[in-house]
Design a protein. Structure first.
Length: 470
């Protein structure tokens, strides 16, 4: 099966789930025409849908819902029958994931000529009834799906001026257009949308937090930290606090971590976690009175019955059970918890047991997952100086090479991947062939990968990559 047949099969599986642009229209637009049109489109009865809509428009040429649904028929028929361009995202390449999600479930990217025809119909609708906000939002979605960023920027500005009701939620809804671009591996374009929405709603500081979270997700930790720092200059909600908490932890920025929780405690007088975070940081710094300090805070009445990870961790640290032993650290790392607790446990464990390969490796992978490849690589390097068997060493070198690749340190990553081209583990071998082939632009190596068996996701990734290199 070639990659195009593979994509068509994927589309067939999602037809019954995805209505594409049909789903963007609000409840106010759900007339009988819209309802019947959606029902026909969802069952792929495009000819029947066109006949139905044409019969309505023959009698009433300016029937808005009939015209709008004609555009939906064109768009949905196109998306179901034409494979979207293949893309490769950083998450597709991730060695910690077995599947490449963008290949398994590719984002829909309509051809420009089709997008233009739908745009013309929907714009005609708006010349008749400019206050149809659902169609205005439909255009924005269309522009985002088809990666027409300049048109999208203008449309978002138009939406800001025309949307009635919704309040601040309108701004958060607009961020979905940026995410649509990010899903299509266009983070640079997405950043333009985030920047515009921030400028249109300057008082909504939490938008910057959402933007920072997207930057972290896309691998730009430096940009995420810069945006998170901007959030600290104003008020922010609980979700933003969590975003900032993670970003500053992965950045190893303890000062900003404390500032985040301290400031949020002033914004929300019911939030008491700042003192626990302070106590945990004191514990990490070997403060002589950290235990008494943390114990006095966690035993306040307002924490009675609180089962949150931060509270339970604080109780554990201040209990007679905790001895700072290897077993204690492994216990915490073996249970579901939060980013703060994981980070604090690993940081303390690494310092308490400097000869432990396991703690250093866990910490390296923690930072790698948080996109702090510089910190991750420093721990991988320390691990690789320690004694271990050859199989374990090659496993760690493989992960280290991937982290180097993510950090764009190709000079160090290439020879490691090249040394693993004959590894007995199929996944490691094929991944090494893919990354070595990509970084060196070695088409012959990628072609050899495509022919290899059994096939992991890197075979499909190599097929797509080769199509880009032609």
């Amino acid at each position: 099966m070639n990659r195009f047949d593979h994509q068509k099969n994927i589309m067939k599986r999602v037809i019954g789930i995805l209505l594409c642009a049909c789903t963007i229209f609000s409840a106010s637009a759900q007339s009988e025409i819209v309802k019947k049109g959606i029902a026909l489109i969802s069952t792929q009865k495009y000819s029947e849908a066109n006949l139905y809509l044409d019969s309505i428009l023959k009698i009433s040429p300016n029937e808005i819902d009939g015209m709008m649904m004609k555009g939906n028929v064109i768009l949905n028929k196109h998306l179901m029958e034409h494979p979207s361009p293949m893309i490769i995202t950083a998450n597709d390449e991730n060695i910690l994931a077995d599947e490449a999600q963008s290949l398994v479930n590719p984002p829909f990217i309509p051809e420009l000529k089709t997008a233009d025809s739908v745009e013309a119909i929907w714009k005609k609708c708006l010349t008749i009834k400019p206050d149809r906000n659902d169609i205005q939002m439909g255009l924005a979605t269309l522009y985002a799906m088809s990666i027409q960023t300049d048109k999208l920027l203008k449309q978002i500005t138009e939406l800001k001026n025309t949307l009635k009701g919704g309040g601040d939620q309108n701004a958060y809804n607009m961020l979905d257009y940026a995410r649509t671009l990010r899903e299509r591996n266009r983070m640079d374009e997405a950043n333009k949308i985030f920047a515009l929405v921030v400028s249109l709603y300057p008082k909504l500081n939490d938008i910057k937090s959402d933007w920072a979270g997207e930057l972290l997700y896309s691998g730009d930790l430096k940009g995420a930290q810069a945006k998170a720092t901007e959030v600290l200059s104003g008020d922010f909600d609980a979700q933003s606090r969590e975003n900032l908490n993670d970003i500053f932890i992965y950045s190893n920025n303890i000062v900003s971590l404390l500032q985040t929780h301290t400031k949020y405690a002033k914004i929300d007088s019911n939030d008491r976690y700042a003192t626990l975070v302070d106590g945990i940081v004191r514990y990490l710094g070997d403060d002589e009175i950290w235990k008494d300090f943390l114990n006095s805070k966690v035993n306040q009445p307002y924490f009675n019955g609180d089962t949150s990870a931060t509270v339970q961790f604080s109780r554990f640290l201040t209990s007679d059970i905790y001895k700072g032993s290897y077993k204690d650290f492994m216990f915490v790392l073996s249970i579901p918890t939060n980013t703060l607790v994981n980070w604090a446990t690993m940081r303390k464990a690494v310092n308490s047991f400097p000869d432990s390969l396991q703690f250093k490796l866990i910490f390296a992978e923690f930072y790698m997952s948080g996109k702090n490849y510089t910190m991750a690589n420093s721990y991988f390097q320390k691990v690789l100086t320690m004694k271990m068997d050859s199989v374990t060493r090659d496993d760690i070198r493989f992960i280290y090479a991937y982290s180097l690749y993510c950090n764009k340190d190709f000079k160090q990553a290439i020879p490691i991947f090249q040394s693993l081209l004959k590894d007995k583990n199929v996944f490691k071998k094929q991944a090494s062939m893919y990354f070595a082939g990509k970084m060196t632009q070695n088409k012959e190596l990628l072609k050899a990968l495509i022919k290899s068996e059994p096939k992991t996701k890197y075979v499909t990734l190599a097929e797509v990559l080769l199509s880009f290199m032609k």
